[in-house]
Ligand binder design. Structure first.
Ligand SMILES: Cc1cc2nc3c(=O)[nH]c(=O)nc-3n(C[C@H](O)[C@H](O)[C@H](O)COP(=O)(O)OP(=O)(O)OC[C@H]3O[C@@H](n4cnc5c(N)ncnc54)[C@H](O)[C@@H]3O)c2cc1C
Length: 422
């Protein structure tokens, strides 16, 4: 028997691709090497399955800094609002949370994954679990999928949806890159994105701030000329190896790219109080100190920033914990304000790709037709999801990219299968 479409990989892109292929009349098989479908999808958004994002399409694309613009034509066929309709039509009620993030009302990833599985069932997609693909033999009329067991399966179209290399215990072990290369595709350099950053600064090594979270800070990555490359206003946390948390994850790819350019260290700029400008802050603190000359500086500044960060800044400026407000010199006060508004520290790298949330780099988008996801090099070969050189911030953007590219790949894989005339 010859399948119309074989989809390799049961992540969000592969699940959507197999549904789209079957909905468009393709005799479809989905092959997944793990014992479960949608493992990574299920752990996204803190385990509640962040299916997409409700921000306007333009914003969604902006939140996919790794080649998001490539998705414009795909979005004109199927976009984030279509994803919402798709799930709601299957009976999965969704709700919006902060920053437009969409979750199932049930707060359970199972609701989402089960709905996709039921849909595949309904469409008679032949799902093969615990089945690893070893290689693909590309041919003129059909392609042959070679399983690790040695078994061979013939198909007219093949959709490669095996994900990237991040968090490999979910099954994404980078198997697809070799198959893409074999078909003649270029794989752009792979690197970790949405990843925690490492630092050798004394206060990190000495674990002075370990475990401290800062809310709504403005964190920037500075260029060699000390100009901000990117700024994100979100939370962050100091760890035993460096920094992490939402603002850091979003900044991480810009740090990694600087390091890939050969820079050994990258400067981060931290503004702990981005809502206030320097003068405002200086005036506020000055008047508080003047009104309470006998009180300890530390007590007066306590409410402004978390106490541990304040102690760190005071120590850095050689201000004893019990120093009275009247005795704080003007220059020292200016330097404290500088540290609250313009604290800089060096980072020297990131955790490895295996520990990143998302893979940067992948199958070059220059070799993919943007409104079908078909290879420009090999007929009836399609790619979707994280294997492509597309990566977004966490917050539903990668999943949106996976579902949108999956939809197009599956649908067009079925169309192309019909034209073979076999
Ligand atoms: C902890 C965590 C949290 C995340 N949170 C978010 C978030 O909040 N928002 C967001 O947008 N993104 C998030 N992401 C990223 C997002 O989950 C991925 O980008 C997305 O799952 C990629 O989908 P995919 O279908 O391309 O690949 P995957 O989900 O990686 O699925 C690929 C599948 O292919 C299978 N496979 C691999 N090789 C073979 C083979 N040889 N034979 C057969 N099958 C194979 C794998 O077993 C796997 O099931 C998160 C990632 C992680 C790790």
């Amino acid at each position: 028997m010859i399948y119309d479409v074989i989809v390799i990989g049961g992540g969000p892109s592969g699940l959507m691709a197999s549904i789209a292929a079957a909905e468009h009349g393709g005799k479809t098989m989905l092959i997944e090497k793990g014992n479960k479908l949608g493992k990574k999808l299920a752990i996204s958004g803190g385990g509640r399955c962040n299916v997409t994002n409700r921000l306007p399409q333009e914003e969604v694309i902006k939140h996919i800094p790794g080649n998001g613009r490539f998705l414009y034509s795909a979005f004109s066929v199927f976009n984030n609002y279509d994803i919402i309709d798709f799930f709601e039509n299957m009976g999965v009620a969704l709700k919006e949370e902060d920053h437009g993030r969409m979750f199932p009302v049930s707060n359970s990833a199972k609701t989402v994954v089960n709905a996709l599985i039921d849909k595949m069932d309904e469409l008679n997609v032949n799902v093969q679990l615990n089945t690893a693909v070893e290689a693909i033999h590309f041919d003129e009329n059909t392609h042959t999928i070679i399983l690790q067991s040695g078994e061979k399966i013939e198909t007219k179209s093949v959709v490669i949806a095996v994900g990237g290399k991040a968090v490999p215990h979910t099954g994404s072990t980078g198997d697809g890159y070799a198959w893409a290369k074999k078909a003649g595709h270029t794989i752009t350099e792979l690197y970790p994105t949405e990843v925690a950053l490492t630092s050798n600064e004394g206060f990190i090594k000495e674990k002075t701030l370990q475990g401290l979270s800062l809310r709504d800070v403005a964190l920037s990555v500075l260029s060699k000329k000390n100009k901000p490359i990117i700024t994100h206003k979100m939370d962050m946390i100091f760890t035993h190896f460096g920094v992490s948390g939402p603002a850091v994850l979003r900044c991480s790819q810009f740090v990694v790219k600087e390091i890939m350019k050969g820079n050994k260290k990258v400067t981060m700029h931290l503004d702990v109080l981005p809502e206030k400008n320097e003068n405002q802050l200086l005036q506020e603190i000055t008047s508080s100190l003047e009104q309470n000359p006998k009180k300890a500086v530390k007590n007066l500044l306590k409410g402004i920033v978390p106490e541990r960060f304040l102690s760190f800044v005071l120590e850095k400026n050689n201000v004893p914990e019990d120093l009275k407000a009247a005795n704080l010199g003007k220059d020292t006060l200016r330097s404290i304000v500088q540290d609250l508004k313009n604290f800089t520290f060096l980072v020297n790298g990131s955790l490895p790709l295996e520990k990143a949330f998302v893979t940067g780099g992948g199958v070059s988008i220059k070799e993919i037709v943007p409104n079908t996801m078909q290879s420009k090099i090999m007929e009836r070969l399609f790619f979707c999801g994280e294997i492509l050189d597309i990566h977004g911030y966490t917050g539903g953007y990668n999943i949106t990219s996976a579902l949108v590219t999956g939809r197009l790949a599956g649908m067009n894989a079925a169309f192309e299968a019909f034209y073979t005339g076999i």
